[in-house]
Design a protein around this ligand. Structure first.
Ligand SMILES: NC(=O)c1ccc[n+]([C@@H]2O[C@H](COP(=O)([O-])OP(=O)(O)OC[C@H]3O[C@@H](n4cnc5c(N)ncnc54)[C@H](O)[C@@H]3O)[C@@H](O)[C@H]2O)c1
Length: 329
């Protein structure tokens, strides 16, 4: 089967492509524009790993360039599309909202339009737990009201879900949005806490804990995320008999359902790295939710998703990668 993966040089895209190509059952086309956000060096290093796999091919392209992306899609003729490319980062959306308009709104519209012209069996796209915003009550359920996003990043992800609904409704495209919960693991992003914190502990630099370390996050190991993506991808929407008007559109949480306080997260990292952190306790940030926690009832019922990797085990694997690959600046 042929799978087109956007954001292939990014953290989650890398892991999805790697798993698909390693299965030796897929032809994988990875697309990424290799922008400089969250380390071009790391994106290139991920691609070097991916290009060791026979079933993987890479094209550098911007999916917001509608004719170029439609051409790629038309030539490759994917059975499935996994759309993971996006402008990521919650805090950066305060500084550069235009980047989010470009990749997450214009870019997603371009991906949807290319898929409409030549529909894959299923298009799975990344949303985010951050859509739950100010209305959130833990654990977060997919049918909770999520109308008040706390950051522009979250607003664009919520807009993607609505854009997808309209394409499912008007064109019958089979679309599923996945709300990922704080993903971590080897090859992770340098703008996210696991790598930021591991570097700070190794280098003895200040480690900033907002909300005095009391934020709770539902950290989800990247292999569990990949399991969720692939289980969902291979189970497109099937409407119930007698409901031909139901649009083939779904939203699922993909998380761990075991939130941890950031103070505890730092303690585990300290013990794995064998060094104390130089912690700076700071007040809450306006873009951050006090706690995140996925309710996994819906995805479990639909495709049997169950996260398997404990935080201690996942952080051990992350630190093992970190110590082998991340050199001090
Ligand atoms: N990592 C997490 O904890 C997390 C949590 C919730 C949601 N998500 C979502 O999951 C997806 C993957 O996240 P990630 O952590 O791998 O992010 P990432 O930033 O590592 O990867 C995104 C990739 O998309 C590429 N990209 C951006 N705009 C592009 C464009 N216009 N054309 C082509 N390529 C483009 C980037 O170069 C990057 O390599 C994103 O949609 C993100 O919003 C991630």
């Amino acid at each position: 089967m042929k799978v087109l993966v956007t954001g292939a040089a990014g953290f989650i895209g890398f892991h999805v492509c790697h798993r698909l190509a390693a299965s030796q059952k897929c032809e994988v086309l990875g697309v990424d524009n290799l922008n400089a956000y969250a380390s071009l060096e790391l994106k290139r290093a991920r691609l070097v790993e991916l290009e060791k796999q026979d079933g993987f091919r890479f094209v550098q392209a911007d999916f917001a360039d509608a004719p170029a992306f439609a051409g790629l899609q038309e030539n490759f003729r994917p059975d499935y599309i996994v759309h993971l490319g996006a402008q990521t980062g919650v805090r950066y959306s305060l500084e550069n909202p235009a980047a989010y308009v470009h990749s997450n709104l214009v870019g997603f519209a371009s991906v949807l339009e290319a898929a409409r012209r030549r529909p894959p069996k299923h298009l799975v796209f990344a949303s985010s737990s951050s859509v739950y915003g100010a209305d959130a009550r833990v654990p977060f359920r997919e049918d909770d009201d999520a109308g008040r996003p706390l950051s522009f990043y979250a607003a664009t992800k919520k807009a993607d879900e609505a854009m997808a609904y309209s394409y499912a409704h008007t064109h019958g495209l089979n679309l599923t949005g996945l709300r990922f919960f704080t993903v971590y693991g080897p090859w992770g992003r340098p703008d996210m806490t696991p790598l930021l914190f591991a570097r700070a502990i190794r280098d003895g630099t200040p480690l900033r804990l907002f909300n005095y370390g009391r934020y709770q996050r539902d950290f989800t190991y990247v292999d569990d995320i990949v399991d969720g993506v692939l289980k969902v991808l291979l189970h497109p929407f099937v409407g119930a008999a007698g409901e031909p008007t139901t649009p083939p559109w779904r939203i699922f949480n993909v998380g761990h359902q075991q939130p941890v306080e950031m103070r505890r997260f730092v303690q585990i990292l300290e013990s794995l790295l064998g060094r104390p952190a130089n912690v700076e306790l700071l007040p809450p940030l306006p873009t951050e939710m006090p706690a995140t926690c996925a309710d996994l009832t819906r995805i479990h019922a639909a495709v049997g998703y169950e996260p398997k990797v404990t935080l201690e085990d996942g952080l051990r694997r992350f630190v093992d990668w970190f110590q082998r690959h991340d050199r001090p600046a």
